[in-house]
Design a protein around this ligand. Structure first.
Ligand code: ACM
Length: 676
């Protein structure tokens, strides 16, 4: 290693300034490593790139090294040899791993690594293969094109995660997600150092996994779209190769209609049952009062516990409305007989029985926060989704927990909002140090009512990267502008790894435009976002068969273009020329867009958005004219424009035109004719 004066100086800089130094140098690392020290020079990356493995090795490590080379080749467009170089001194990147990791990866797996890049060679050292996987992703992110070709800057990185549980849940029930969708999202998870894939496998709308003991579950409950056990094994192996645990969820006793199509005897109502085609919370629930229910679950959970190696098993437990229980006189009599006052008490009894079955099969239980009842065994993990308070309550009562409240990707919130949610802040701030150790991390959730394979990536990525950074990086890493800058780079890179969030957006716009040039449509599409939270539920009566091919399905959850326009308007004086150019483009966009939209049945509902965008362009330009004139805009004009903008701010075709607040700022400035 070459030590020079600059390097010695940098080592003495405290960590916070080291991190900002890394940002200033435009190292597009995401999540930010715990410690980065920039050295002088860089390592050239060209067609001679080779990897060598030293120390402990195993097939998945060798596979990860070869995958790194293939991904580097994809990202650079340079053909490369992905076979290991036997002579470490000739390799560009040397991976040194100390020993094997856990036979079944747990939350205690050592994921730390150190990466040193010099102008001569890069060296990655880790205790375990999983640590090496994390470091390989960092190395890949370091490589960027420069004036002298592709290179990785000379750095010294020491890194490890802040939280041991950093997950993504995908609901594969409301809409079917084939193996390829899961695998490409596992690739994305690996890139962002996430380590837990939570697989929501059963619901009212589908039962998505093959049971050999109870085949009517998938045969009658899935429309033929389910994972065979061979495919499940393939996905588990695929995830393990990337240092990702797979936690299956079988949501019970509610969210179970699809089970009852083939096995109505499990249910509390008289049946018959059919697959639920709508979204929402429904009445059907398992019958907690019959021993036959537990005999069934014992066999079923035994089968699934043997299939999934992870130590955790998710039993759901959310959103049981109790209606089917109260409608059954036999169940009501049972509750009375056993002194159960509410359906919550009955669910607590059910949970207790199921927890002991899961534990009998050698697993630990995880459940949504509704499972937190007095008397539930302390070794279960609470997944907090209804608010961060349940995470704090659980930790105080001795339970471990993970946070999902604030990380629901399906609610279409911007990345900064997820980024601001910290498992250790808010209601958990006051926990004792011991209680805090019970907070294991967090999980983003992708519920699939409004997504299909075509657009699910665009609802997960790139915003998941912001959550991944929150869960991996030191707590003080929270510069939002830096996060966005790095997230946008990562977003583009993820497409090279096989994600489709950017390419699919363009495809969907092409379809909307009748396979004509969709450039004009993109001007509008770039500036709209789907309504937030559960707004789509209220807008129309959706079901499993509703087409998801409208502009609202193509539009990204967060408009980066609108965010950038808002930044320009913050300092309109400095940015006036650029703002005028953008406003002019909007003003003129309708000329070609409106005829295109009028021709398409799919786009007619979006015509008001196009008109509003054009009006916003006109008004913005007028506001700038008033501002330039030095005289306040006439009151009547201001009122008229404010009214127009209030109309334009309303949802249209389940979409929001995101530039309205910025144009309103310009109008307000023109009214006062001072600086905004
Ligand atoms: C949930 O969102 N019902 C866990």
């Amino acid at each position: 290693m070459r030590i020079n004066a600059i390097a010695i100086l940098l080592v003495l800089i405290p960590m916070s300034s080291i991190s900002s130094f890394a940002q200033a140098e435009n190292l597009n690392l995401m999540p930010q490593p715990e410690r980065v020290v920039r050295r002088e020079g860089s390592l050239a990356i060209d067609g001679s790139f080779r990897v060598a493995l030293e120390g402990y090795t195993e097939p998945r490590l060798a596979a990860a090294a070869a995958r790194l080379v293939r991904n580097l080749s994809k990202e650079t467009g340079i053909p490369m040899n992905d076979r290991p170089e036997p002579d470490g001194s000739k390799a560009t990147l040397v991976i040194h791993c100390d020993h094997s990791g856990e036979a079944v990866q747990s939350i205690h797996e050592d994921e730390s690594y150190e990466l040193e890049v010099t102008p001569q060679q890069a060296r990655l050292t880790a205790s375990t293969p999983v640590g090496a996987f994390r470091g390989l992703q960092t190395f890949l992110q370091l490589v960027a094109p420069g004036p002298a070709g592709f290179s990785a800057p000379a750095v010294e990185i020491k890194d490890r995660p802040r939280f041991p549980w950093r997950g993504l849940m995908i609901d594969v029930c409301r809409h079917w997600m084939p193996v390829a969708v899961i695998e490409r999202n596992l690739d994305g998870m690996e890139a962002l150092k996430l380590n837990a894939f939570h697989w929501h496998l059963s619901e009212n709308q589908a039962f998505r996994i093959e049971s050999k003991l109870f085949p009517k579950l998938q045969e009658m409950g899935s429309d033929g779209h389910f994972y065979t056990q061979a495919q499940v094994n393939e996905i588990i192996a695929y995830a393990r190769d990337r240092g990702i645990r797979v936690v299956p969820e079988f949501d019970m006793p509610g969210h179970t209609t699809a089970w009852f199509v083939g096995y109505p005897e499990l249910a509390s109502g008289p049946g018959p049952y059919s697959i639920e085609r709508h979204w929402g919370v429904f009445d059907p629930a398992m019958d907690p009062t019959r021993e036959t229910t537990y005999e069934f679950l014992d066999k079923f959970i035994g089968e699934m516990a043997a299939l999934f190696p992870d130590e955790y098993f998710h039993i759901g437990g959310d959103e049981v409305n109790g209606k089917e229980w109260l409608a059954n006189p036999r169940i009501v009599a049972y509750m009375k007989e056993h002194g159960m006052k509410t359906t919550d008490d009955l669910q607590a009894y059910f949970n207790q029985r199921v927890v002991s079955i899961v534990e009998k099969h050698g697993k630990k239980v995880i459940g949504w926060d509704e499972v937190l009842h007095p008397g539930v065994p302390k070794d279960i993990v609470i997944q907090s989704w209804r608010g961060q308070k349940s995470l704090a309550d659980a930790a105080r009562q001795g339970y471990q927990g993970i946070l999902s409240s604030g990380y629901y990707l399906d609610l279409m919130h911007p990345a900064w909002q997820h980024y601001a949610v910290d498992p250790m802040e808010g209601p958990t701030t006051d926990l004792s140090p011991e209680e805090k150790t019970r907070i294991l991390g967090g999980e983003a959730c992708m519920w699939s009512e409004y997504v299909m394979p075509e657009n699910v990536d665009s609802r997960i990525w790139p915003r998941l990267a912001a959550i991944a950074e929150r869960l991996w990086s030191p707590k003080q890493v929270k510069d939002v502008d830096s996060m966005y800058a790095r997230m946008e780079v990562e977003s583009r890179r993820l497409e090279f790894l096989g994600l489709t969030h950017r390419s699919s957006y363009l495809k969907m716009l092409d379809r909307l435009a009748g396979f004509q040039d969709s450039q004009k449509l993109k001007v509008l599409a770039d500036l709209v976002e789907p309504v937030k939270e559960y707004g789509r539920e209220d807008a129309r009566d959706y079901n499993s068969f509703t087409p998801l091919n409208r502009l609202v399905d193509a539009a990204r959850p967060e408009s980066i273009e609108a965010r950038e326009f808002a930044k320009l308007v913050e300092d309109w004086r400095a940015n006036e020329a650029r703002i005028r150019k953008v406003l002019t483009k909007w003003r003129d966009s309708t000329v070609e867009l409106v005829p295109l939209m009028q021709r398409s049945n799919l786009l007619q509902e979006d015509l008001p958005l196009a008109e509003n965008l054009s009006s916003a362009g006109i008004v913005g330009l007028q506001a700038l004219d008033y501002l330039d004139s030095g005289k306040p805009a006439p009151q009547a004009w201001v009122e008229q424009q404010q009214a127009m903008l209030s109309q334009a701010a309303k949802p249209q075709a389940e979409l929001l035109l995101m530039i309205v607040p910025s144009v309103r700022k310009l109008v307000q400035s023109a009214a006062g004719n001072g600086a905004p």
